[in-house]
Design a protein around this ligand. Structure first.
Ligand SMILES: [Zn+2]
Length: 298
């Protein structure tokens, strides 16, 4: 439900993006004219690696290409085949997928926003105040272990979602309208596109290390804070630190700031709850029954 709403806060499709999407859908035999909205793909966890990534004797686009310029939603991430999840690492880095055939290779576009959800354990009640988890410690460990470190490294925002009782839900004020949020996203994307034009990319998520160094100016306090984080949170890889900087850059863009401040770094690092911290259970989900919504692409 929450994941399905994400395309409504993304910038409207440009003509070039619409053409790109239409080409993929044509190649898959699914085209119904020029695309008018961003795709939202939600394959079931039983999906094969070939159907997820694409392939076949006449190569056909998989789910990751059908989600190009849109959202790929993987509900119950740990239930997906390990091989399929690990195979996502290359397209998440490169934003395309190379499918090898006997006589040739085919490169298909696959620049998508990954959104995934996971329960805290197989029964879903680990850490709950309401019900008792019936899973063994080993089963919980195995379940969480299916989301490998290298895959989690590539996921920028980890969000713990607590259950909301129906009565409480009815009392809640309606949130901000998607159209209002979208305006902020469009403004932040425009700042990114202008700043990154010399580097040939349009979004912070696409920045090369050189572009990151040249365009992510941190205040002295933010720089110091980042260094402390790296020293304290030993589970953070160099890749994770790099991605925290990119997310902090996006937080600053959303606020209309040129320089990255300490609060921007704090917020960006706060979204990496699944990375190890010495004082917390590794990959510890803090509340349950929880859905950890996770997003790639700042
Ligand atoms: Zn359980």
């Amino acid at each position: 439900m929450l994941a399905r709403r994400i395309p409504t806060i993304l910038p409207p499709l440009s003509r070039d993006e619409a053409i790109d999407i239409t080409k993929v859908y044509s190649a898959a035999g699914l085209s119904e004219g020029l695309a008018s909205e961003r795709p939202f793909r939600a394959p079931h966890h039983t999906v094969s690696t070939a159907a997820l990534l694409g392939g076949g004797s006449v190569p056909r686009p998989g789910e990751i290409s059908l989600a190009h310029h849109g959202v790929l939603f993987l509900d119950e991430l740990p239930e997906f085949q390990r091989a399929a999840l690990e195979a996502l690492r290359q397209p998440l880095e490169d934003r395309d997928i190379v499918i090898g055939r006997v006589h040739a290779t085919v490169r298909l576009p696959a620049s998508f926003l990954l959104v995934a959800s996971a329960n805290p354990c197989p029964c879903g009640w680990s850490g709950s105040q309401v019900r008792t988890c019936t899973c063994s410690a080993g089963a919980v460990e195995r379940y969480r272990g299916r989301m490998s470190g290298p895959l989690l490294d590539r996921i920028d925002l980890h969000v713990t979602v607590k259950p909301v009782a129906l009565a409480e839900l009815r009392r809640l004020e309606p949130g901000e309208a998607s159209a209002v949020v979208r305006e902020r996203v469009v403004a932040a994307r425009a700042r990114q596109a202008a700043r990154l034009a010399p580097f040939g990319v349009r979004t912070n998520a696409e920045m090369s290390p050189a572009a990151t160094r040249a365009t992510c100016t941190l205040t002295a306090a933010a720089e110091e804070h980042l260094a402390q984080l790296g020293a304290r949170r030993t589970g953070l890889s160099a890749r994770a630190i790099d991605r925290i900087i990119k997310v902090a850059r996006t937080v600053a863009d959303l606020a209309g700031r040129d320089r990255i401040e300490q609060d921007d770094v704090t917020m960006a690092a706060g979204f990496r709850v699944l990375d190890c911290e010495p004082t917390v259970d590794p990959r510890g989900f803090t509340a349950a029954p929880a859905v950890a919504g996770v997003v790639v692409g700042a």
